[in-house]
Design a protein. Structure first.
Lengths: 114, 113
């Protein structure tokens, strides 16, 4: 199916464990983004990528690692999960960096860190 | 610095009432885009509208309308004759530099029957 998918949709893990959230898009969009959504904060940018092998930090990057070896995939790794990383994570993609480009969002991953 | 403020955290209305969601933004650039997204209880983010900084015409789409005023840096969203299905969190967002969206904190709209 065309679009942007995220897996898993729900994840419960324990403090200190490594967790990887997957994001896959089928449009061959150049740009991909990871946001986290928390009550009272709206959505905040964690990392983004302009193309394969090009990534950059957003507003809240600490504790996260990203990679982009293929255009269609943009995994987000929590190397040592903490309770403060309990959140809903959204992946998004856009065709270019132009500010008019709509960003298409995945369905989100709800992560709970115990 | 760029910033989006949605001062209304929660709004509750009764069906068929009109409701306006406020959005105020800050940017130093002259070229930028503003967006509204809807997040229903199911959790996905649904794109509603995009408006560029050079187009101040109001937009109407069915029961939805948007009022963009550069003089007050506002991009308000009005739902006419609200319905229960309009219950959702609504986000206003700004895209200036073209890298990522800057979101407001969202307004939770509850429409009761």
């Amino acid at each position: 199916d065309a679009g942007i998918t995220q897996s898993p949709r729900y994840k419960i893990t324990e403090t200190g464990r490594q967790v990887t959230l997957m994001c896959h898009q089928t449009w061959s969009h150049s740009y991909m983004f990871w946001y986290r959504q928390d009550l009272g904060h709206g959505l905040r940018l964690i990392y983004y990528s302009a193309a394969a092998d090009i990534t950059d930090k957003g507003e809240v990057p600490d504790g996260y690692v990203v990679s982009r070896s293929k255009t269609e995939n943009f995994p987000l790794t929590l190397e040592s999960a903490t309770r403060s990383q309990t959140s809903v994570y959204f992946c998004a993609s856009s065709e270019t960096s132009r500010s008019y480009n709509e960003q298409f969002f995945g369905p989100g991953t709800r992560l709970t860190v115990l | 610095a760029q910033k989006v403020t949605q001062a209304q955290t929660e709004i509750s209305v009764v069906e068929k009432e009109d409701v306006t969601l406020d959005c105020v933004y800050e940017t130093r650039d002259t070229t930028y885009y503003l967006f509204w997204y809807k997040q229903p209880p199911s959790g996905e983010l649904v794109f509603l509208i995009r408006r560029n900084s050079f187009d101040e015409q109001n937009e109407i789409s069915g029961r939805y309308s948007w009022n963009f005023q550069k003089s007050t840096s506002s991009f308000n969203f009005t739902i006419t004759a609200s319905q229960v299905v309009d219950s959702a969190v609504y986000f206003c967002a700004l895209n200036q530099a073209g890298t990522a969206l800057i979101f407001g904190k969202g307004t939770t709209l509850s429409v009761s029957s």
